[in-house]
Design a protein around this ligand. Structure first.
Ligand code: SF4
Length: 343
C-alpha cells in the first residue's frame, strides 16, 4: 500500500530560554529511533522501520518517559505508544486526516467550539511527546491559529461570547507554554467575567513531571477560576513516583485532577491493565474520567479495539472496581452535542 499523504506537522515551537529543568529535559528528548533502540537494547532494524514510518510525525519522547520502559522488550506498552511502525503507512478504510471534523469546528482562529458553554483554545501546536495514535497528528495547527496571534484572537472570541463558562486549554500541549506566557494567558481568561472554569488538557505531568514547577502551581493556586486538569495516562507503568509527586503538587494548588486514557490494542486492552491503571490513579489522587475509543485518524488502525471488545472490557472493569474508579467509555462523534457515552 502507498503511504498516506501526510502533511508535515509544524515543528515544535523552539524553546526560547532553556532555563527551567523541564525545558532542558525537553530539548534533550530522544528524537532518533536508533538512539531509542540502543537505550532499550532492542533490535536496531526496528529503528530503520521507524525512520521510514515517521514522515511528518517524527519520534519524540522525553528521557523521563523512556526510563519507565522495560529494556529488551520491543512490545513494552510505553514503547508501543511512541515508536513509529510500518503499520502506520497502511491505508485503512474509515480512517482519515481529521476524523473529528475539527477544522469545521473552528469558531475563530485558535478556538474550537464543539459543545455548549465550553470553548477550546489551541494554545500551541507542540507536544513533549508524539503519541503515535494522536487524533491531532495531522491537524493543521498553524493554519488553525495555534499561534501567539491565534491565541489572542481566541481569547477575544471567548470574551465576546457570554455563553462560554469554561475555557479548555489544549493543543498540542498547553503546558509547553512557559510559565510567564501561561500566567499571562490565565490572567486574560480570568478577567472575562462570564468564564468560571479553566480546564487544562495536558500529558506533560505524566511524560515530563518536572514541568509541574512551583511557578506553575502558584499560577493555578492564585486564579479565581475553578481549575481542572485532565491528564493523559494509558498504562500504570507511566505513573512512577515522580509523576505522583507532580500530581500531588497540583492537588495542593487546589487543581481537580482527572485522567483520560485511550483504549489501545497491545497497550492497555486488558482488564488487568485497565484495573491497575484505575487503582494507581486513585492512589495518587486522580479520578479516571474517560476511556476513549480510538479516534480513527489515518495511520492508527493497528491500535483500534472494536466497540464490542471495549464493552466487554468495561463490563469486567465495573465488576472489579468501585464506581468512582471506572472511567466512562466514550467516543467522540463529529456533530454530536456531547461525547457519546458507550457505557
Ligand atoms: S500529548 Fe496529546 S496532543 Fe500530544 S501527541 Fe500525545 S495525544 Fe497528541
Amino acid at each position: 500500500m502507498p503511504p498516506p499523504a501526510t502533511p508535515p506537522r509544524p515543528p515544535a515551537e523552539p524553546v526560547r530560554q532553556a532555563t527551567a529543568g523541564w525545558q532542558r529535559e525537553l530539548a534533550d528528548a530522544v528524537r532518533d529511533p536508533g538512539e531509542l533502540c540502543r537505550l532499550l537494547a532492542i533490535d536496531l532494524p526496528l529503528a530503520d522501520e521507524a525512520r521510514r514510518s515517521a514522515a511528518g510525525f517524527p519520534l519524540l519522547v522525553p528521557r523521563a518517559f523512556v526510563a519507565r520502559m522495560r529494556k529488551g522488550d520491543r512490545h513494552d506498552p510505553l514503547l508501543l505508544q511512541v515508536l513509529p511502525v510500518a503499520a502506520e503507512r497502511q491505508v485503512a478504510a474509515g480512517f482519515s486526516a481529521d476524523p473529528l471534523a475539527e477544522a469545521a469546528a473552528l469558531a475563530a482562529p485558535g478556538l474550537v467550539q464543539k459543545y455548549a458553554g465550553r470553548a477550546l483554545v489551541l494554545a500551541t501546536g507542540a507536544c513533549a511527546i508524539n503519541c503515535r495514535y494522536c487524533f491531532r497528528r495531522e491537524f493543521p495547527y498553524a493554519e488553525s491559529g495555534a499561534t501567539r496571534a491565534g491565541v489572542e484572537a481566541a481569547v477575544d472570541a471567548v470574551a465576546a461570547d457570554p455563553t462560554i463558562q469554561e475555557v479548555i486549554l489544549s493543543g498540542g500541549d498547553p503546558l509547553l507554554l512557559d510559565d510567564e506566557r501561561l500566567g499571562r494567558l490565565v490572567e486574560r481568561i480570568e478577567a472575562i467575567p462570564h468564564v468560571r472554569r479553566l480546564r487544562i488538557h495536558s500529558r506533560l505531568p505524566i511524560v515530563l513531571p518536572t514541568r509541574v514547577t512551583e511557578s506553575l502551581t502558584a499560577i493555578l493556586a492564585a486564579t479565581r477560576l475553578n481549575t481542572v486538569m485532565v491528564v493523559h495516562a494509558n498504562h500504570p507503568a507511566e505513573l512512577d513516583a515522580a509523576v505522583a509527586a507532580a500530581l500531588a503538587r497540583l492537588a495542593a494548588a487546589r487543581v481537580i485532577l482527572l485522567n483520560q486514557a485511550v483504549l489501545l490494542a497491545g497497550v492497555n486492552d486488558s482488564v488487568a491493565v485497565l484495573a491497575t491503571l484505575s487503582e494507581r490513579l486513585v492512589e495518587i489522587g486522580v479520578l479516571p474520567y474517560y476511556l476513549h475509543l480510538l479516534d480513527r485518524v489515518q495511520g492508527t488502525a493497528h491500535f483500534e479495539v472494536s466497540e464490542d471488545a471495549a464493552k466487554c472490557l468495561h463490563e469486567a472493569l465495573r465488576a472489579r472496581l468501585p464506581g468512582y474508579a471506572v472511567p466512562r467509555l466514550a467516543r467522540e462523534v463529529p456533530g454530536e452535542p456531547a461525547k457519546v457515552w458507550i457505557m
